[in-house]
Design a protein around this ligand. Structure first.
Ligand code: NAD
Length: 478
């Protein structure tokens, strides 16, 4: 990757038909670490969307006919170019999202792994029957123009997962980043113009009116949405009007069940990290921690001690683990949830009070054995507040773990593999882990049960979500 100019991360444009465009109105995101404005970005209109859709439709005709090998080659070149700009992307991600640079670099690293990993998956036709007389084949053909609606917590990986899935299967795609985090997504697509024909990958930044324009557009054939459950329901309802294909990746409130036989010292750093990465703003972080009563007191004490060692600060400072939460809305939601500590008489074992600061900083908080009905257990916090709850009976804890309307991820931790897998089999979620949480891979389907989603992303099953099934009945003679 020597002939592509390094990206300039100071100005940000829409990408329509491989051209960088601006809009008469602009807006800007906020750096959550200091609440200062980030650079201006476009506010796209219906006209911008119509232009992009037209370009995407035109591009689809040619792109759908390219081979997997051609698409794979373009995707690899794009991944290499992202790698070459990795520092700029990581700094921009920290600027817009707030996550520490180490975690931004981790997200970027996952992103290029996902590009190469998804593009390695084979999508074979299935010969259902072949006789002398006829052949019946199931093929997987591209759908057309895809709209990608992206949230603000993992704006790079989640946008790229949708882009790769769409274009690798022969579709064209228009990305709509979250208005809170448009910067990296615009630059990723600007970079993609070097490797893909006009109209194949486009990106439009906008305000809150743009998402509904995507879901209403009659010529967008599929929406891949990641975000909250409430918005997911609105997206699905809007897509019903034109019967668009829809994939929904929604919120979660993941339980982790810790059995009494674990090696506490070994798992505490893992549990602490997997509860608080990205300031707990990950859909499938540990959000309800069920610890066996025999080890509860020691576990709580050691977890508090470990979390105290994790530094809160600006994402740009070395060793920061907790940056700010991403935006004012999230900050206010977190404050409201923290107010339930007082109103519900909960016992913080760590933190518990949000002090005023120059950014949206929230102290890591652990709530000691709150009632199952408390808000901090029932609601997805998306902020660093973790309830730790006691259990003693296996069936009862499984029932509590499964009690909510969410079902994104869940985990069981035990030395006894047979016991752990027996419990894991009874958990109701799209991913279930034993002795880990949040392991993900590009070759592995990822999605939610119950209200955590519809369909999956990634893996062969995820890719097939970007295809129409076509059954061909091929009679060899009349
Ligand atoms: P959100 O639902 O507020 O917004 C997501 C996206 O939808 C944004 O781009 C937003 O502009 C757009 N949008 C808003 N209203 C719309 C509408 N009516 N029509 C179309 N688009 C609309 O979610 P968020 O606050 O950005 O993200 C946080 C949530 O996302 C959490 O609940 C989290 O658990 C969930 N999430 C889920 C996954 C997953 O894969 N399951 C991954 C990350 C985040």
């Amino acid at each position: 990757m020597t002939d592509v100019k390094p990206l300039d991360f100071s100005t940000f444009h829409n990408v329509i038909n491989n051209e960088l465009t601006t809009t008469s109105e602009t807006r800007h995101g906020i750096n959550p670490a200091n609440t200062q404005p980030n650079p201006p970005v476009p506010v796209s209109t219906q006209d911008d969307l119509d232009k992009a859709v037209k370009a995407a439709q035109a591009a689809f005709k040619g792109w759908a006919k390219t081979s997997f090998e051609e698409r794979r080659k373009a995707l690899h070149a794009w991944a290499d170019a992202i790698d070459s700009n990795i520092d700029g992307f990581a700094q921009t991600l920290t600027m817009e999202q707030g996550k520490p640079l180490t975690q931004s670099s981790m997200e970027l690293g996952m992103t290029t792994t996902w590009i190469r990993g998804l593009a390695a998956i084979e999508i074979p036709d299935t010969v259902i029957e072949e006789t002398e007389d006829r052949k019946i084949v199931q093929r997987h053909v591209p759908i057309g123009v895809v709209g990608a609606i992206v949230p603000w917590n993992f704006p790079v990986l989640l946008a790229v997962g949708k882009i790769v899935s769409a274009v690798y299967t022969g579709n064209t795609i228009i990305v709509k980043p979250s208005p809170f985090t448009p910067y990296c997504d615009l630059k990723l697509v600007e970079l993609a113009t070097n490797f893909f024909p006009p109209g194949v990958i486009q990106c439009l930044s906008g305000d809150e009116s743009l998402g509904p324009m995507f879901t209403a557009h009659p010529r967008i054939e599929k929406i891949s949405f990641t975000g909250s459950i409430a918005t997911g329901k609105r997206v699905m309802a809007a897509c019903a009007t034109t019967l668009k294909r829809v994939t929904l990746e929604l919120g979660g409130n993941d339980p982790a069940i810790i059995c009494d036989d674990v090696d506490i010292d070994v798992i505490i750093p893992k549990i602490g990290t997997l509860s608080y990465l990205c300031c707990s703003q990950i859909c499938m972080m540990i959000k309800r921690l069920y610890v066996h009563e025999k080890i509860y007191d020691e576990f709580l004490e050691k977890l508090v001690a470990f979390v105290k060692t994790l530094k809160v600060g600006q994402g740009t400072e070395a060793d920061t683990f907790f940056g700010p939460v991403q935006n004012e809305m999230q900050y206010e939601k977190a404050k409201d949830l923290f107010s339930s500590i007082g109103t519900e008489n909960l016992k913080p074992a760590l933190g518990g009070t949000i002090e005023n600061s120059s950014g949206y900083f929230i102290p890591p908080t652990i709530i000691d054995n709150p009632p199952e009905t408390s808000r901090v257990v029932q609601e997805e916090p998306f902020a660093p507040i973790l309830p730790i709850l006691k259990w003693s009976d296996e069936d009862e804890v499984l029932e509590r773990a499964n009690a909510l309307e969410t079902g994104l991820g869940s985990s069981v931790w035990s030395k006894d593999f047979e016991r752990a897998t027996r419990m894991a089999d009874q958990l109701q979620s799209g991913c279930v882990w034993v002795n880990s949480h949040f392991d993900l891979g590009p070759n592995t389907p990822f999605g939610g049960h119950k209200q955590s989603g519809m369909g999956v992303e990634w893996g062969l099953t995820g890719l097939l979500g970007y295809c129409n099934s076509q059954t061909q009945w091929l009679k060899k003679s009349f």
